[in-house]
Each structure stands twice: as structure tokens, then as C-alpha cells.
Design a protein around this ligand. Structure first.
Ligand code: NAP
Length: 494
């Protein structure tokens, strides 16, 4: 497959004609796509196209913009199987999750299409007679969107659909690991009738063209999802430019299991939270804090179940866990396993690369469980982003919540307990943007905001609902209209 950039409604090669390969992580001998290794001149073209398209798009009534998104949702339904398989082939997650990635984009398309008819401001009474007071939502302008590889359809769709319904035009720089998935989404938007220049996609290195894009003089705002290292760098750069920036970054999410929990339910939550998507979700459960009364028994249950998970190509039926995305991520996870053992944690199961049989040419790591983990160990504090879970023992809810909250991240946390008072206290006191009760740390729904606190994000959530993405992709204009036909002195006396 040969991917091109999409600029001003045309699929074109990078000016410099250079390309890079995206590989199938389950078998890295297979090239999924050749994509343009763009340069700064390609970004200049894309930003210019987005600027040119802005006036027409922002004046298009929001319900009409919504109709285009609705068509995109219908096309995504038509293409769900094809795009889902592409997600699995290029990113590695198992097919059910690949299809789920596309489903999130479908849900978001329909949700944001509806938002076109709810683009509410406020109308409030004036202090004066014959005067109107209202606030309106206006687009920000040209927005730069930078996305990671782990949800290669869903995250771009979350950002692009929200930006578009609000009347912004877009320059989208996808992850270099998943350009084919990005192109598939943009093709659908093109077919849905998005006018030329309204959505532009430029592939290439984040450190080079990504950074050039977000600091480009023609860009008005930036939404970034990815690592803390890159996000914090952008926060430094863009803060100085006073440019709106939304960041969604890493997590160190935890599940608390109390002594009265339904342990079978908790086990399922830990298995899929920790090992689903090979642990490569920002909301992945990478810590489990277990009450001492059930600690030993739960570790046995977890180790037994983790051992039976089948690794392999996510397209094959029966595969539970796919590969890591690339060699760098694979080496990083193996490093953390060494660090965990070196810190004195007890390796219960996994802890090694899997290179036999069908896994011979992919980046596979066995689902790994560490016990005897203490809260200050690096494996209990740092994001690993792989199939590794650390079990920490606790003696009660307060201690458990202290452990969960005492990391720099604040994305997602979960508690399993049958006691309503216990779960209510956890809901109140867990310091994360998302809290789950008797469910794992994963599984957001798009009609509510999605975002982390502290090092997990800048507090401009994605997705829908009050306080969600619409608040980021619009700015408020206040209008006072006096229709008295005279100078109302009270206005001046204030
Ligand atoms: P990453 O390395 O930070 O890359 C994310 C995106 O940023 C890619 O498109 C990358 O381009 C680009 N980029 C890198 N450096 C840049 C720079 N200096 N300026 C502009 N763009 C730059 O992250 P990743 O490995 O793709 O994703 C994994 C991380 O994402 C994890 O930490 C995970 O927790 C986080 N994540 C967070 C959420 C959330 O909602 N909180 C959701 C998903 C993932 P290249 O691909 O070309 O390097």
C-alpha cells in the first residue's frame, strides 16, 4: 500500500519524495504501507490549505457540517471490517479490539454530528431594558492534531470530528507507526464530502514536522495525544506562544481489590485491563492494589489465568494478546521487566520475550505479573505501556487510595468491592479523571469527557458531554446588543 499526504483535497507525495515504511508488528518482515516522510514545505502547504478553507467551513451552518460527519459515520459502518483488519495489521491489537477502535470512531461521528444542532451558547437577561446579552461558540481556526498509534482510528476520529463540528479546519499529523489507518479515516472523510482543505493529513516524523506544525505561525491551536515526554515539550513551547494546547498523555492506572470484592469479576478486570491491547492503552491497569486478606489467593488466580492467554497475530481467531507496536517499545518493556526484577519484585509469570513459532517475527512479550511490589519501585510509578502488571499489597482502603494517588499521573482508577460506602469513598477520593466501580480501568464511552489529571493531561478532555472536547475546540464570544436606540446611561455609570 502506498500512502500519500492529503492536502487541499488532493492525495500527493511529499515534496522531497522520501518515504518510510510502516510494519506489521506481528511479523515485522511485512510492510503494511509506504508513507511520505514529509518535510517542512509539506506542512507549509497543508497549513495554507487549511487557512484558505477556514472562512467557508466556519460559515457553513453547524447542522450542515454535522450531516457530513453523519455520512462519515455511515461510511465507517460500511468499512468497519476492512478498517478494523487494517488496525490489527498495522497496530497489532486483536481483531475484536481493532473493530472496537473503528466502532469508537463511528460512535463519535454520530455523536458529533448531533452536536451540530446543539452548539449552545447562553442567553441571559440584561440589567438594562431593550438590551440582549448572549455568548456564542466560535471555532479556534486552524487546528493541528497530533495522534499516537495505540488507537489509530479512534483517537484521530475523536479529535478530527470534534474540531470539524465546531467549524475549525485541520492539519493532522498521525503517528509514524500507523499512517495507513490514518489515511483510511481521511479517505472516508473525503468520500463523506468534507470540502478540500478542511482536513489535511501530513505524515512524517513527530520531532521534525510534528514540532514544526504545532509551532507554525498559521496554526491557531493544538491537540496532542501521546507520551508525557513529547506532551511536556509541547507545553513548554506552546505556553510561551500563548497558543491553546490540549494534551492527553500517559497513565499509571490502578485497580484496587478489597477483601469483599467479587474476585472472579476483579480477575477479568485485571486481565483485560492489564493485557488487553498488550497493555498499550493509556488507561491500561498496570498496578493492582490488593487487600492483604485476599492477596495470596488473588495472585494465584491472576498468574494461572495470565499463563493461559494466547499470544499471536491478532487477525487469527483465538489470539488473546497481540504484539508490542515496534522494536523500541519492545526493548523498553523488556528493560522494565529487568528493572522490576532488579528492584526485588517477585516475577510470578511471564517476564520474557516470546520468539517461538508464530511469534518468531513479531514483538511479543508474555503477559507478566510482578508481586511483592512496593509503591516506591519504578515499576509501580512509571508508565511501562506493555503487558506488565505490578501487584501491591494493602491493609485497607485509605492505604490503597494513598498508593493509587501517590504517582504523578491521574488518568484512570478502579475499585472492586461489594460495599457501597467503600466504593462511594473511592469515587470521591481517587485523584484521577476517570474512576470505575466494579469494572476495569478501561472502556470509556464517547458521550462523556475523557481526560486525565496532573501529568496525564492538561485538563482539556476529549470526547463529548459538558466539559468535553467542544469546550476546547471553540472559544466564547460575548455579544451585547442594545436596541433601545439611545445611550443607556447605566452602561456608562458602571
Ligand atoms: P509519542 O511518541 O509521544 O508520539 C505521539 C505523537 O506525537 C506521534 O504522532 C509522534 O510522531 C508525535 N511527536 C513526537 N514528538 C513530537 C514533537 N516533539 N512534536 C510534535 N509531535 C511529536 O507517543 P506514542 O508512543 O505514539 O503513544 C504512546 C503514549 O501515548 C503513551 O504514553 C500513552 O499513555 C499515550 N496515550 C495517551 C492517551 C490519553 O488519552 N491520555 C491515549 C493514547 C495514548 P512520530 O510517530 O512520528 O514520532
Amino acid at each position: 500500500m502506498h500512502i500519500r499526504n492529503f492536502i487541499g483535497g488532493k492525495w500527493i507525495n511529499a515534496k522531497g519524495k522520501r518515504t518510510f515504511d510502516s510494519l506489521n508488528p506481528a511479523d515485522n518482515r511485512r510492510i503494511v504501507a509506504k508513507a511520505p516522510l514529509s518535510g517542512r514545505e509539506d506542512i507549509d502547504l497543508a497549513v495554507a490549505a487549511a487557512r484558505e478553507a477556514l472562512a467557508g467551513w466556519r460559515r457553513k451552518p453547524a447542522p450542515r457540517r454535522g450531516e457530513i460527519l453523519f455520512r462519515a459515520g455511515e461510511l465507517l459502518i460500511r468499512e468497519k471490517q476492512r478498517v478494523g483488519e487494517l488496525v490489527t495489521t498495522e497496530m497489532g491489537k486483536v481483531l475484536a479490539e481493532g473493530l472496537g477502535d473503528v466502532q469508537e470512531a463511528i460512535d463519535m461521528a454520530f455523536y458529533m454530528a448531533g452536536e451540530g444542532r446543539r452548539m449552545q451558547g447562553e442567553t441571559v437577561p440584561s440589567e438594562l431594558p431593550d438590551k440582549d446579552c448572549k455568548s456564542l461558540r466560535e471555532p479556534l481556526g486552524v487546528v493541528a492534531l497530533i495522534t499516537p498509534w495505540n488507537f489509530p482510528t479512534a483517537i484521530p476520529a475523536w479529535k478530527i470530528f470534534a474540531a470539524l463540528i465546531c467549524g475549525n479546519t485541520v492539519v493532522f499529523k498521525p503517528s509514524s507507526d500507523t499512517p495507513a489507518c490514518a489515511a483510511a479515516l481521511v479517505q472516508i472523510l473525503e468520500e463523506a464530502g468534507v470540502p478540500p482543505g478542511v482536513v489535511n493529513m501530513v505524515c512524517g516524523s513527530g520531532a521534525d514536522v510534528g514540532e514544526y506544525l504545532v509551532t507554525h505561525a498559521g496554526v491557531d491551536a493544538v491537540s496532542f495525544t501521546g507520551s508525557c515526554a513529547a506532551g511536556e515539550r509541547l507545553e513548554g513551547l506552546l505556553g510561551r506562544m500563548h497558543r491553546p494546547l490540549a494534551t492527553e498523555m500517559g497513565g499509571k492506572n490502578a485497580i484496587i481489590i478489597m477483601a469483599d470484592a467479587d474476585l472472579s469479576l476483579a480477575l477479568e478486570g485485571v486481565l483485560w485491563g492489564a493485557f488487553g491491547t498488550s497493555g498499550q492503552r493509556c488507561t491500561a491497569a498496570s498496578r493492582v492494589v490488593v487487600h492483604e486478606k485476599v492477596h495470596e489467593g488473588f495472585i494465584d488466580m491472576l498468574a494461572g489465568a495470565a499463563k493461559h492467554l494466547r499470544l499471536g497475530d491478532g487477525l487469527l481467531e483465538g489470539t488473546d494478546v497481540g504484539p508490542l507496536i515496534n522494536e523500541q517499545q519492545y526493548m523498553k518493556v523488556l528493560d522494565y521487566i529487568r528493572i522490576g526484577s532488579g528492584e526485588g519484585a517477585q516475577l510470578i509469570t511471564g517476564g520474557m520475550a516470546v520468539t517461538a513459532g508464530a511469534c518468531a517475527h513479531g514483538f511479543f512479550i508474555a503477559p507478566t505479573v510482578f508481586a511483592q511490589v512496593t509503591p516506591n519501585m519504578r515499576i509501580a510509578r512509571e508508565e511501562i505501556f506493555g503487558p506488565v502488571v505490578s501487584v501491591v499489597k494493602c491493609s485497607g482502603l485509605d492505604e490503597a487510595m494513598g498508593i493509587v494517588n501517590n504517582v504523578p499521573f491521574g488518568l484512570s482508577a478502579a475499585i472492586y468491592s461489594r460495599d457501597v460506602n467503600t466504593t462511594a469513598r473511592a469515587e470521591r477520593d481517587l485523584q484521577t479523571g476517570i474512576v470505575y466501580v466494579n469494572a476495569s480501568t478501561i472502556g470509556a464511552e464517547i458521550q462523556l469527557p475523557f481526560g486525565g489529571w496532573r501529568h496525564s493531561g492538561s485538563g482539556h478532555p476529549e470526547a463529548g458531554g459538558r466539559g468535553g472536547a467542544l469546550d476546547f475546540y471553540t472559544r466564547i464570544k460575548v455579544v451585547y446588543r442594545d436596541f433601545s436606540g439611545r445611550l443607556q446611561k447605566a452602561q456608562i455609570d458602571k
